[in-house]
Design a protein around this ligand. Structure first.
Ligand SMILES: NC(=O)c1ccc[n+]([C@@H]2O[C@H](COP(=O)([O-])OP(=O)(O)OC[C@H]3O[C@@H](n4cnc5c(N)ncnc54)[C@H](OP(=O)(O)O)[C@@H]3O)[C@@H](O)[C@H]2O)c1
Length: 247
């Protein structure tokens, strides 16, 4: 299929973990995936999208991000955008590996986390609004189980940025909905990626009703569902992908 006929996804944080599985899920369904992350396109990359569809974007750099959104729009050449998935995020720990709580988190770190995890997604969604509106596209924000509870490992800045992103999802669903754009969130629980703390498997798995970690592929399947016709009346929802970890 040539690029003109393919559905297009813009995905942040594609280089590993959930983002990587998401590229594979959408690519295998024939989508063109424009990936964004801080690192350059990996030459040993397993998916077929070439380096021309990868953008080196640092969501923490406001000025550069503003510019890169315009570069992204030029890349789309007036085509509509079917989906934007705001997946990239950071979850910093203290140097000692300890959880950063609301007393110990430096304000600069707090701002950094909010820029990447919260302001980045809204800057991208607003920047790509015209392209999304053109073909009634959809936005998926990746929140977290930590947005709704005090998590033993995820820090306060991360947790509050994800709670804000969940709230933003409802607001955006209300604002973007009348323009034909659906906006939803997925809230992963403990998924086997490099963002997890080393103790997760030992400490948290016994508390998960399904007694195992989730896989990035299981998350990617739900993101795909939210970007497909199968979810055509789902708007402003946050789908929990956590093996039943609600206690
Ligand atoms: N794994 C879990 O258990 C879990 C649980 C709850 C929520 N989540 C959420 O799921 C999403 C994906 O998590 P993951 O576990 O797959 O994380 P991960 O393996 O740490 O990957 C994070 C991705 O974000 C990108 N990224 C980080 N900082 C960035 C920046 N400043 N600008 C642009 N890209 C940046 C990274 O690429 P570069 O390093 O190349 O920039 C990488 O591709 C995140 O939103 C996370 O909060 C994960």
């Amino acid at each position: 299929m040539d690029n003109e006929q393919r559905k297009i996804l813009v995905l942040t944080g594609a280089s590993r973990g959930i983002g990587h599985a998401t590229v594979k899920r959408f690519s295998s369904a024939g989508w063109r995936v424009i990936t964004c992350s801080r690192h350059a396109f990996p030459e040993d990359c397993p998916w077929e999208a070439g380096p021309e569809d990868h953008m080196q974007i640092d969501l923490a750099d406001v000025e550069s991000l503003t510019h890169q959104v315009e570069v992204l729009r030029k890349k789309l050449k007036g085509a509509g955008l079917n989906a934007l998935v705001n997946n990239a995020a950071v979850s910093p720990k203290a140097f000692s590996g300890k959880r950063l709580d609301s007393i110990s988190t430096e304000m600069a770190d707090w701002r950094h986390v909010f820029q990447v995890n919260f302001f980045g997604p809204i800057m991208l969604a607003r920047g790509l609004f015209k392209e999304l509106k053109k073909i009634h596209g959809t936005v998926v924000n990746v929140t977290s189980i930590a947005g709704g509870r005090v998590h033993p490992f995820a820090g306060t800045a991360y947790a509050t940025s994800k709670a804000a992103l969940a709230s933003l999802t409802r607001e955006m669903a209300s604002d973007f909905g009348p323009h034909g754009i659906r906006v939803n969130a997925i809230a992963p629980g403990e998924i086997k990626t490099s963002i997890l703390s080393p103790n997760t498997e030992k400490k948290l798995v016994p508390e998960i009703p399904m007694r195992r970690l989730g896989t990035p592929e299981e998350v990617a399947k739900t993101i795909y569902f939210l970007c497909s016709e199968q979810s055509s009346y789902v708007n402003g929802a946050e789908i929990h992908i956590n093996g039943g970890q609600h206690a």
